[in-house]
Design a protein around this ligand. Structure first.
Ligand code: SAM
Length: 312
């Protein structure tokens, strides 16, 4: 179980990096401070990398919400302390149902923060003011946090049902640095379950890629030393394997870009703004870093809402 504890701890690291980047002005997130009070300084390449990650994922999510006119569900796999649920309210783009899943050790902390911090609690929509909390789970009208081990599909199905998940409503699944911590057999099982059970689905996956070179080996060794084994990455070493993991499990189409490509396709005005925030002396090492992460998106468009048009 030591490795599971290390996996849960990756949420602290991601949240702290996001907190610091927000503090530096890379993007706006008025809610992250309620989960992470403060963070140590992070280097500019890490901040820019997180900017590209958050903007890339949100760019796909926003297009999905527009395509479905918000008549949809969002399922965030391994959500950690993600604040998207609250930030979507700021932009008046709320889906009908927002479900977050993570290990109970993470969800229990998140539930505690929500219960005890009014700015978080008061934004959770309820008709009758009732929010059902257990130590690890939260159920409100359109927001659900559930404790689950994503490697256990029966548990995942049960928790989705408890959250009112509707297989017929267009649903976007988001996994931001999550599948990489699971054996490929287990991540494939979730990917296949969605393809078999959800009529209209979109998947956004962000994680490490191109691990075959020297830089990649250093990253892998680093992750392995912390996780006591990182089984998932063996199948997803290239952009092609990232795409194939979806198309081989029944998805209509999938596309993956390394983060250099994503970065250069983000709105140029935004890029110019953030590149002025901090001086980056080693452009080459930043590009190396981006080369080792990717954004992959896949869809099955049973309802014909135009999911094939959504890309960065
Ligand atoms: N997605 C969040 C973000 O980007 O800020 C958190 C990312 S963090 C690197 C990975 C998250 O996935 C952690 O919160 C971890 O607990 C969760 N996770 C990894 N494997 C999981 C599993 N088998 N079941 C549930 N949660 C898992």
């Amino acid at each position: 179980m030591a490795s599971d504890d290390a996996i849960r701890a990756t949420n602290d690291e991601a949240s702290m990096c996001k907190r610091f980047a927000v503090q530096q002005g890379y993007w706006n997130d008025p809610y992250i401070k309620y989960f992470i009070r403060s963070s140590d300084r992070k280097p500019p390449d890490i901040n820019r990398g997180y900017f590209a990650r958050v903007k890339g994922v949100h760019c796909l999510l926003n297009q999905f919400l527009q395509a479905t006119k918000c008549k949809c569900q969002v399922v965030s796999l391994g959500a950690g302390y993600d604040t998207t649920y609250w930030n979507l309210q700021e932009s008046n783009m709320q889906p009908e149902r927002y479900i977050e899943m993570d290990f109970e050790n993470v969800t229990s902390h998140k539930c505690h923060f929500i219960k005890s911090r009014k700015p978080l609690l008061e934004k959770i929509a309820t008709k009758d003011g009732e929010i059902r909390f257990s130590k690890t789970d939260l159920h409100a009208d359109n927001y659900h946090i559930v404790a689950v081990d994503l490697r256990n599909l029966i548990e995942v199905e049960t928790k989705l049902k408890e959250s009112g998940f509707d297989n017929d409503i267009p649903t976007i699944f988001i996994a931001e640095c999550v599948l990489v911590y699971m054996e490929s057999e287990k991540s494939n099982a979730i990917i296949k379950w969605i393809a078999d059970n959800v009529k209209t689905a979109y998947f956004v996956n962000y994680e490490q890629v191109n691990m075959g070179d020297r830089f990649g080996h250093v990253m892998l060794d680093n992750l392995r030393s912390r996780q006591c084994g990182l089984p998932g990455t063996d199948v997803c070493q290239t952009i092609d394997t990232q795409q194939n993991r979806f198309t081989s499990q029944g998805w209509t189409s999938a596309e993956a870009w390394d983060m250099n490509t994503v970065y250069s396709n983000l709105p140029q005005k935004e890029i110019q703004r953030i590149e002025k925030l901090e001086f980056l002396d080693e452009r080459e090492s930043f590009e190396q870093l981006l080369h080792h992460y990717c954004l992959c998106w896949a869809y099955i468009d049973g309802a014909g809402v135009g999911l094939e048009n959504i890309s960065v």
